[in-house]
Design a protein around this ligand. Structure first.
Ligand SMILES: Cc1ncc(COP(=O)(O)O)c(C=O)c1O
Length: 365
């Protein structure tokens, strides 16, 4: 994936970036050593991670990651979306795996340094972004089972459309029946590499059967809905009294999605009732049959907000509404993107300016 591009190639890529098809060719690196602590961020050319085959991170899975985005506003300025919150989540993921916890301020600085160096790579289109993928991995060689005394954080950058494409279609999703993703007390809340490996077999089988994604149920009773493999889930309910949205609570088994949190906040800002509550898969099935469950959508940094058009539950294929995107899903997606591209006021202070408006003398805001 190591790529070096001249400006003409870059402009060609930016016309149709896709999702993480082309890296910017740069990374930011921050190292931690038990004796010296955290290094300063270093932005440089993309390079291989050379590792001893006995490295702890490769054998015992001390590897966690994040995914966050920088957006361009109409005036040309570039802003990271909630980088401190992503930094805090990376630190919580790391703590669960007995890894070094990078301060959120240092994480934000490393992300901002990379975005500033790659500012020309931030696309201009609505919904497009520079996607950052920070990885924190144990780098000390030793086969004894113990926490590493050395870690590397390497941040990758890619110009990106939302991961399901600029013109996406509603997702088809099937419930996981034989396997579970997480149990209480496990690592479900942590964005650790092992969680994704554990879900891959089921996701691959679902995709072979024609579905885009898997809906995971709780690990104990397998009765309550939790989340998808890479996204949180929202349900939009409608009856004679009105419309409201619900999403499963963060009880330790799902990733505390920052998109999820932003949408809950934006919904409340707009006077839409929004609740974190458990829902059984039976209630989802009944809601779809009666039409009371009018819309279902998934959300995450990479995909933003994506409608679910078809949901398979226990062998029964159910269409959500008319199978197309519903009005609440579309409204919440544009509410979020409008903040991210600074088309509306950033009332919650989610944006961190990295590159000021064009014509502002090149000063950082
Ligand atoms: C399992 C899982 N759930 C939910 C999310 C959504 O989190 P966020 O909105 O912070 O990207 C992600 C993506 O990070 C994820 O991997």
């Amino acid at each position: 994936m190591s790529e070096q591009h001249d400006p003409a190639e870059r402009e060609a890529i930016l016309k149709d970036p896709g999702f993480c098809r082309h890296s910017t060719g740069h990374t930011a690196v921050v190292d931690w050593d038990a004796d010296t602590g955290w290094s300063d961020p270093l932005v440089g050319p993309w390079s291989d991670l050379a590792m001893d085959p006995a490295t702890l991170g490769l054998h015992y899975g001390q590897a966690v990651f994040e995914g966050l985005k920088a957006f361009r506003a109409e005036d040309g300025s570039v802003h990271l979306f909630r980088p401190e919150d992503h930094g805090r989540r990376l630190a919580r993921s790391a703590a669960r795996l007995a890894m070094a916890e990078m301060p959120a301020e240092l994480f934000t600085r490393a992300c901002a340094d990379l975005v500033a160096a790659d500012a020309a790579w931030v696309p201009r289109g609505y919904g497009q972004s520079l996607y950052l993928r920070p990885l924190l991995i144990a780098t000390e060689p030793d086969l004894g089972l113990r926490p590493s005394r050395r870690y590397r954080c390497v941040i990758l950058a890619y110009p990106a459309d939302p991961c399901f494409g600029a013109a996406f279609r509603p997702l088809s999703v099937t419930t996981a029946t034989d396997t579970v993703r997480a149990v209480r007390g496990g690592t479900g809340e942590s964005k650790c590499a092992g969680n994704y490996a554990a879900g891959l077999l089921t996701r691959t089988e679902a995709q072979a059967a024609g579905y885009d994604e898997v809906l995971w149920l709780d690990g104990l009773e397998r009765s309550r809905i939790e989340e998808l493999s890479t996204m949180n889930l929202f349900l939009v309910w409608r009856d004679r009294t009105g419309t409201w949205v619900t999403t499963p609570p963060c009880d330790g088994t799902i990733v505390r999605g920052l998109t999820r949190d932003s949408l809950l906040t934006l919904a409340k800002d707009r006077g839409i009732a929004a609740a974190e509550e458990h829902t059984t898969i039976d209630a989802v099935r009944d809601g779809l049959r009666t039409g009371r469950l009018a819309e279902v959508f998934a959300c995450g940094t990479a995909g933003v907000v994506v409608p679910v058009g078809r949901l398979a539950i226990g062998g029964e294929d159910l269409t959500v509404g008319d199978g197309e995107e519903g009005p609440m899903t579309a409204a919440l997606r544009s509410s979020l993107l409008d903040v991210q591209h600074r088309r509306t006021h950033d009332a919650h202070g989610w944006l961190r300016t990295v590159v000021p408006a064009e014509g502002n003398g090149g000063r950082r805001a």
